[in-house]
Design a protein around this ligand. Structure first.
Ligand code: FAD
Length: 471
């Protein structure tokens, strides 16, 4: 039966686009190398019709499908399980920017388009596509929508959901739903678009999307500030919001140990204030007037913040190259953390006002209960989103640490998240890493509604099973 399916897929797509055997690690192993799966085949359809034909063939054979974009997801959602029975459906070949509508300020793009390619396409047409994250050189629009990705500009422009006006989807039955309208208002019943955004491939395959564009700012400036504590960082955020208004497009917080890992593993990088300050903040100000106006605003803000005691030192990038260097330091934290060894990641969100208390209490509990633990804490403070990550004690065996302590660490961190009214997944999604933990931290009513939706749209549970919610 499985061989018959492979032959059928080959006849639908051509043998070159049905990969079986050989080295399929790029499709079978997740970005963090935590899961090593085995696929029956990797298929690479080149059009929406081909995606639909693949889905119909798999459904007829009772074979489950794992949609995949750039495979940069961090919760093991886009790679197959170890059974060797699943088909990985890669959107890699569907990369076209189908249409840019300047008057409507929208762009219609296929799901496999790499985020950075779309950003550049928009810029060349005189527009900004603001979604931005460290994986933008390889993650895809389909993956961004399927995970409702966040990144560094959410504070001003929202997450992937807020940037999307319409989607085209292949349903679990192999039908095509064209919901690509570029409408900003459409109250004609349930919002099906929003159902697919954030569904991590469990309800259907996103094949294309209509996305919002924005005017390019006249100038974008970046500053780096040393702050004495998390409470000072929150105070600075309030001041920046009040003074910069909609110009404040990024507000990233980085702990000293996280920045120390960048300095350690990438000694060629200059990391400002890494030895002098427990926390640093990276701010971005996008101004629609002029660079001089943006610089004046930034300098006035930082002077006021020094006077208020929430900033101890600061630099404003002189030019684009310096700004890029500062962002590069921030974006290198996950890579430096990976260089340091296996680690436990948490992508949590909290009410911003409660973040200082959360960190103070949780840091202390972890230090007390798991001696030697090292915290790699950084994140998008402007959105209340922390990557509250844990590295094994210095000199220990990270693999053994994970085996023995991961469950305990997760329980403690997430229990604290619940106490502080937060979420255990701010932007990375649920995948298979958090699927069994989620029911402990989400309302049973919400989980039941999610299961009902899953059963309703995918009654045979063939669309990325075992991810997000157990059917
Ligand atoms: P994949 O990893 O291929 O898939 C992710 C999930 O989406 C899987 O469940 C998959 O089945 C599903 N999927 C993929 N394509 C489709 C489709 N067309 N239709 C239906 N389902 C689909 N995320 C953030 O939100 N913010 C960040 O700041 C951020 N920073 C990152 C930094 C680094 C260094 C890395 C490695 C990752 C980061 N991520 C971040 C996580 C990741 O980049 C995002 O989740 C991204 O949106 C995934 O896109 P992808 O194309 O790689 O999707």
């Amino acid at each position: 039966m499985t061989q018959a399916l492979v032959f059928q897929l080959q006849s639908l797509l051509g043998p070159a686009h049905v990969l079986v055997g050989g080295d399929l690690a790029a499709y079978e192993v997740d970005w963090r190398k935590r899961s090593h799966g085995k696929a029956l085949a990797v298929v690479r359809p080149g059009s929406t019709d081909e995606v639909a034909a693949v889905v119909r063939a798999c459904v007829a054979a009772g074979t489950s499908i794992v949609p995949q974009g750039g495979n940069t997801g961090l919760v093991v959602g886009g790679t197959p399980d170890a059974s060797g029975t699943q088909v990985v459906l890669s959107l890699q070949r569907m990369q076209a920017v189908r249409e840019l509508d300047a008057a409507n300020m929208t762009v219609l793009v296929e799901a496999g388009c790499v985020l950075q390619t779309l950003q550049e396409h928009a810029r060349q047409a005189g527009f900004l596509f603001p979604l931005s994250l460290a994986a933008e050189g390889s993650c895809t629009i389909g993956g961004n929508l399927a995970t409702n990705a966040g990144g560094t500009q959410v504070l001003r422009y929202g997450n992937a959901r807020d940037l999307c006006l319409g989607v085209e989807v292949v349903t679990p039955q192999g039908e095509i739903w064209n919901g690509l309208s570029g409408l900003r208002k459409d109250n004609t019943g349930y919002d099906l678009r929003d159902l697919f955004i954030g569904s991590e491939g469990t309800l259907g395959i996103i094949t294309a999307a209509t996305l919002k564009l924005y005017p390019l700012p006249a100038a974008t400036l970046t500053a780096w500030a040393a702050v004495p504590g998390m409470d000072a960082a929150v105070q600075l955020l309030g001041m920046a919001r009040a003074r910069l208004g909609a110009g404040l497009t990024g507000f990233e917080v980085m702990g000293q140990f996280a920045l120390g890992l960048v300095a350690k593993h990438y000694p060629q990088m200059r990391v400002p204030f890494v030895h002098d300050s427990p926390w640093c903040v990276l701010l971005e100000n996008a101004d629609h007037e002029s660079e001089a106006h943006a610089r004046g605003q930034f300098e006035a803000l930082l002077e006021a913040a020094v006077e208020a005691g929430c900033v101890t030192d600061a630099v404003v990038a002189e030019n684009i190259a310096q700004a890029r260097q500062l962002w590069h330091v921030r974006e290198s934290i996950p890579l430096a953390q990976a260089e340091e060894g296996l680690n436990i990641k948490h992508d949590i969100s909290l009410p911003i006002s409660r973040i200082p208390a959360y960190c103070a209490e949780t840091d202390a509990r972890l230090a007390r209960e798991i001696p030697g633990i090292r915290l790699v804490n950084f994140g998008h403070l402007g959105d209340g989103n922390l990557h509250y990550n844990v590295q094994a004690p210095e000199g220990g065996d990270p693999a053994a640490f994970l085996r023995e302590q991961e469950a305990r660490v997760n329980e403690l961190v997430y229990e604290q998240v619940r106490r502080f009214d937060g979420s255990i997944s701010a932007e990375h999604g649920v995948g298979s890493l958090k699927v069994d933990g989620l029911p402990h931290y989400k309302s049973p009513v919400a989980i039941d509604m999610m299961k009902a939706i899953k059963r309703g749209l995918d009654p045979r549970n063939l669309m990325n099973p075992g991810r997000v919610v157990r059917a």
